[in-house]
Design a protein around this ligand. Structure first.
Ligand code: SF4
Ligand code: SF4
Ligand code: SF4
Length: 680
């Protein structure tokens, strides 16, 4: 909406001389016509929204209908939509209307700009030009028996033009006059000084509240923008609970305009190419709504993450690593050619080899090397183990076979997984720990193999039924532990949100792509966006706030055509003091792991506590050697207590602290403020 060079009539100030030609007036009104859409009011039922709605209705048809209107609100609050709504729901909606963008008027040129027109050079005073244009448009409206002039961002007018607007505001805004509806991102004393809302021809000011003070309206606003972004296409129709929680947790410095951008991007990411509903029906395609938008596609904050400057991108600093991460071998080739056969052999040795620990090398490797080995890797490479894990190598194999045979895999039930997935893996981990303790798995090869095969079965069933790696993201107990520990790592995969928001329309890192996406970055080669199925864990690298859901598989590095994805070296555990948000099941799992230390040392603990008799005998006896089921039951009960007590002790301490705080003189000590989750 750049302002074109002024017409000779406008520059000549014909309006000021009272002689605006009919044709010139009509041309001016055509050039500055008001686009009828969008027409949206304030969504939601918050008190701020209700107040604005009432004021808007008063300004349209009520007591303030004969006053000029100034809408003041932060940038992005879509004030012009409210202004149009006032216009089109008022009596004068059938009268002529015009719209001027004041920022464009100010940007038209510098105070002494030169414009070459027909071989001549003329000096233009921008303030004077803007004032004359406003006066001419108002005169054209007046010549047609009155109308409405919408002024966008009136605070940005050149200083010399405020007089023209003040003159309009001092005239009555009655039905036959020219009514001004202006928007501004700040108070405009240049216009309002001396104006009174009681006199005829005066101004009424409506405050448009920022989105952050209307958090309860965010669901309604998001729903509106989702419908708007989807248009007539088949696409998602709702937002998951976790997605909504992420939207509500954000401060929205860009207000509704930012939310609109987030919803539009999320619809593009979730919909594999927009297909219009009518076309889908004609082509016999499914018109069922796509799965709800979840947290992974709703990443509102385009600002830099805290601690960003403390990162060093290894992919840029060491190009061979980039080549390695983009190679076919990593990790699919490794899984297919090495991990799958090695795991099969490993299990055969466990199942059919010698059963005693001393004689079975596989059993020793599993318990004495693999298990502590992955613990040691957490601080360095986080969940890297999960990128070539044998359990999922089989899950992957089965999923590929299902897809090749034409099966349609289901979308994830994201809401249910967000709510119960963490507790499922917590429960499964607790059962495994008890099984390990009471049946002494580390000394029994077949049972150890059964444990491995049980987890493999979960991965296979999850991958056979659902798309991507639902087991790894939400349900695997080992994955849950790996996710927590990965938060300590000195490496991370992240994407530059600015690049993703500003330049990407393919979102190949998340959605995947059937074709190579050419690179837009000169320094990268043209086959940058490789063919992939997108992030196997269904996360977007720009949306990661910690390492829990990233397995460093490098799929996003392969898929991104814009070189946005980074493999960063960072201070250890930086997530924990910057972007991390504690989750209940993760805190519970941590206490469970602490309990496991005691659970696996029950005989020593019993001796230390002076517990003797049947209990001491039971905890020293494995299920295989137990003389009766009572012994096994006692062992299980004591193991359960050992697993639970660290968490229960911490919770009890927290509650006691709260009691002390509430009994103290201030009534809100440090414990009460943080909550158990944060404290833990
Ligand atoms: S989450 Fe579990 S199944 Fe998935 S890769 Fe990690 S350990 Fe393997
Ligand atoms: S990471 Fe790359 S592919 Fe993904 S959204 Fe950002 S720019 Fe696009
Ligand atoms: S974010 Fe990237 S590296 Fe992490 S799991 Fe997803 S695709 Fe793999």
């Amino acid at each position: 909406e750049r302002e074109p060079p002024p017409s000779p009539d406008a520059v000549g100030g014909t309006a000021a001389q009272g002689a605006l030609g009919e044709a010139t007036g009509a041309a001016l009104l055509r050039r500055h016509a008001v686009a009828r859409l969008p027409l949206r009011g304030e969504c939601g039922t918050s008190s701020a929204a209700r107040r604005l709605r009432a004021a808007r209705r008063r300004a349209a048809r009520g007591a303030d209908a004969s006053l000029h209107v100034l809408l003041v609100g932060e940038p992005g609050t879509l004030k012009m939509d409210v202004a149009k709504l006032i216009l089109y729901s008022s009596e004068r909606r059938k009268r002529p209307a015009a719209q001027l963008g004041c920022q464009q008027l100010a940007a038209f040129g510098s105070r002494t700009a030169s414009a070459a027109r027909e071989g001549e050079t003329c000096e233009i005073d921008v303030g004077k030009h803007a004032a004359r244009l406003i006066a001419d448009v108002a005169a054209a409206l007046a010549q047609r028996g009155g109308g409405t002039l919408l002024l966008r961002d009136v605070h940005a007018l050149p200083a010399g033009a405020f007089g023209a607007v003040r003159r309009l505001l001092s005239a009555p805004a009655g039905y036959e006059g020219v009514r001004v509806i202006a928007t501004a991102s700040r108070a405009v004393p240049e216009l309002t000084a001396g104006a009174s809302a009681t006199s005829e021809g005066a101004l009424t000011t409506l405050r448009v509240p920022p989105l952050r003070v209307r958090r309860e309206d965010i669901a309604a606003e998001a729903g509106y923008f989702l419908r708007y972004a989807r248009g007539g296409a088949v696409g998602p129709t709702s937002v998951t609970e976790s997605g909504l929680a992420a939207l509500q947790a954000h401060d929205w410095p860009g207000n509704e305009a930012e939310l609109q951008g987030v919803m539009e991007r999320a619809v593009v990411m979730q919909s594999a190419g927009k297909v219009r509903r009518d076309k889908a029906l004609a082509a016999g395609l499914s018109t069922a709504p796509l799965p709800p938008l979840d947290e992974a596609v709703l990443w509102p904050d385009p600002r830099a993450r805290r601690g960003e400057q403390l990162r060093y991108d290894l992919l840029r600093g060491w190009p061979p690593l980039r080549m390695l991460m983009r190679a076919d071998f990593w990790p699919q080739g490794l899984m297919r050619s090495v991990v799958v056969p090695a795991f099969a052999l490993f299990n055969l040795v466990l199942l059919f080899g010698p059963q005693a620990r001393a004689d079975n090398a596989a059993l020793t490797i599993f318990w004495a090397y693999w298990w502590p080995g992955i613990l040691i890797t957490y601080p360095l490479v986080g969940r890297l183990w999960c990128s070539f894990c044998p359990f999922m190598a089989y899950g992957d194999m089965v999923q590929r076979w299902r897809l090749n045979s034409g099966a349609a895999l289901k979308s994830w039930p994201t809401d249910a997984l967000d709510r119960y997935g963490g507790w499922f893996l917590f429960g499964l981990f607790a059962l495994i720990l008890e099984w390990e303790e009471v049946w002494l798995l580390e000394d029994h090869a077949r049972l150890s193999s059964a444990l491995l095969l049980l987890i493999t079965a979960g991965a296979v069933v999850g991958s056979a039924l659902f798309e991507k790696r639902v087991w790894c993201r939400h349900l695997c107990p080992i994955g849950g532990m790996n996710g927590i520990m990965a938060k300590l790592a000195v490496t991370e995969v992240r994407a530059e949100r600015g690049v993703c928001s500003a330049t990407c329309s393919s979102y190949g890192c998340y959605r995947g792509s059937d074709t190579v996406i050419p690179s837009t970055v000169a320094s990268l080669d043209n086959s940058e966006g490789l063919v992939t199925a997108g992030c196997p864990l269904g996360v977007h690298p720009a949306n990661l706030t910690d390492n829990a859901d990233c397995v460093l598989c490098g799929v996003c590095i392969k898929a991104c055509p814009h070189g946005s994805v980074q493999l960063n070296l960072r201070p250890p555990a930086i997530d924990l003091w910057t972007t991390h948000e504690p989750k209940r099941h993760e805190v519970s799992l941590l206490f469970l792991l602490l309990g496991a230390v005691f659970c696996h040392r029950l005989p020593e603990a019993a001796a230390l506590l002076g517990v003797g008799g049947d209990v001491a005998a039971a905890v020293a006896t494995t299920a295989q050697d137990a003389a009766s089921s009572d012994v096994i039951a006692t062992h299980i009960a004591v193991a359960t207590v050992a697993l639970a007590w660290p968490g229960l002790l911490a919770l009890g301490g927290h509650m006691l602290g709260n009691l002390v705080d509430s009994a103290s003189s201030t009534g809100h000590g440090s414990r009460g403020r943080g909550g158990f989750l944060t404290e833990a």
